[in-house]
Design a protein around this ligand. Structure first.
Ligand SMILES: Nc1ncnc2c1ncn2[C@@H]1O[C@H](COP(=O)(O)OP(=O)(O)O)[C@@H](O)[C@H]1O
Ligand SMILES: [Mg+2]
Length: 352
């Protein structure tokens, strides 16, 4: 039950500023995800919340109380790291029970709580194994059990799934989501994987270069990206983004073709649309005529790509659609589903 406030946080290593004027309120019991590319300052921000790094400037507060001066132990946070940080010379049981041992919890209670945590992640049959005798997925679960063996004020998870293969990641992701719904503890989760962010978060803070670009629910950042960075970072495949100019009437020109789509005003724009929001169509109805660059079968759907203005354009199509490279590709873009961004700043254009 903890609200976390980050107020005007800066962090520099020497000359290099890696977190810049970060302001953020993380609500009680919320599952907040820091999402951004490698090197954007996610881990540094999390380590400052844990007390493992100190901000160069700014205030960190738990429930309105400044905690800058408190050490990691006093902050009562539990952390799960990317490499799990298990003690190699300890068994599964000793690893999971370690936070209780540190706090000198009596034996009977220790046993009970350790076993409950182990059961929650289905590791109770392997209590006597050492980490080297476990698979990656099992190690990840031990690390998770160790973090939930006591109820901390805050959970911090730094890319806890990134060392797992794709299939295990889906299972572990579901497990974390289920656990977090059960435990109801304020959780901050760091990842560069937008699918993890979309599936786990109550809110996502999208970061780049030490700055939060946008914060909102997964739906908000997917449906209402505020700039081209967020638009291109969320969604797989990424949003189609093309620089367009307008003709005198204001209609957008893409790859020397009149798209029949009205830009917000005359000039230069970045036009965005998602692959699932455009359709294949007959030539007469097309906003854009081009040809197939690749065609991909994905099982539940298909994906056609075209090379437009030197960039890949993706169109999602029906599962039974079949095309091949070089085929004509006629695309209808629904103006209602077009996002307009300022060509210079990348900021989303909004009707005033
Ligand atoms: N101890 C350190 N000394 C110097 N630079 C660091 C240190 N820790 C992180 N950095 C730099 O800070 C930036 C942000 O790092 P980090 O927070 O780990 O990014 P992320 O977790 O988003 O990948 C990177 O450019 C990294 O090289
Ligand atoms: Mg990191």
């Amino acid at each position: 039950m903890t609200k976390i406030t980050l107020h005007s946080i800066d962090k520099s290593y020497g000359e290099v500023q890696v977190v810049k004027n970060l302001n953020l309120e993380i609500f009680d019991n919320e599952f907040l995800v820091f999402l951004g590319p490698s090197g954007c300052g996610k881990t540094t921000t999390m380590r400052m919340i844990a007390g493992l790094e100190h901000p160069t400037q700014g205030t960190i507060a738990f429930d309105g109380k400044r905690i800058n001066e408190l050490g990691p132990q006093e902050r009562d946070v539990a952390m799960v790291f990317q490499n799990y940080g298990l003690y190699p010379h300890m068994t599964v049981e000793q690893n999971i029970g370690y936070p209780l041992k540190l706090r000198k919890v009596p034996t009977a209670e220790y046993e009970e709580r350790m076993l409950r945590a182990a059961k929650r992640v289905q590791m109770h049959d392997l209590l006597h194994r050492f980490p080297r005798e476990l698979s990656g997925g099992q190690r990840q679960r031990v690390a998770l059990a160790r973090s939930i063996v006591r109820k901390p004020q805050v959970f911090l998870m730094d890319e806890p799934l990134s060392n797992l293969d794709a299939k295990l990641r889906v299972i572990a992701r579901a497990q974390i989501k289920h656990l977090s719904e059960e435990l109801q503890v304020t959780t901050i989760y760091v990842t560069h994987d937008q699918v993890e962010a979309m599936t786990l978060a109550t809110r996502v803070a999208v970061m780049s270069e030490g700055v939060i670009r946008q914060i909102g629910t997964p739906e908000e950042i997917y449906n209402n990206p505020q700039d081209t960075f967020v638009a291109s970072f969320i969604g797989s495949p990424a949003m189609n983004l093309f620089d367009v100019s307008t003709e005198a009437s204001g209609l957008a020109i893409l790859q020397n073709q009149n798209t029949n789509i009205m830009a917000p005003a005359q000039g230069e724009w970045t036009m965005g649309f998602r692959c699932e929001d455009v359709q294949l169509c007959d030539p007469y109805a097309a906003s854009l005529k081009t040809e197939v660059f690749t065609f991909e079968l994905l099982g539940d759907c298909t994906m056609a790509t075209a090379m437009v203005d030197g960039k890949l354009l993706t169109v999602k199509a029906a599962k039974d659609c079949r095309m091949q490279s070089g085929d004509a590709l006629h695309i209808k873009i629904d103006p209602q589903h077009v996002y307009w961004f300022d060509h210079q700043t990348g900021k989303r254009w909004r009707q005033t």
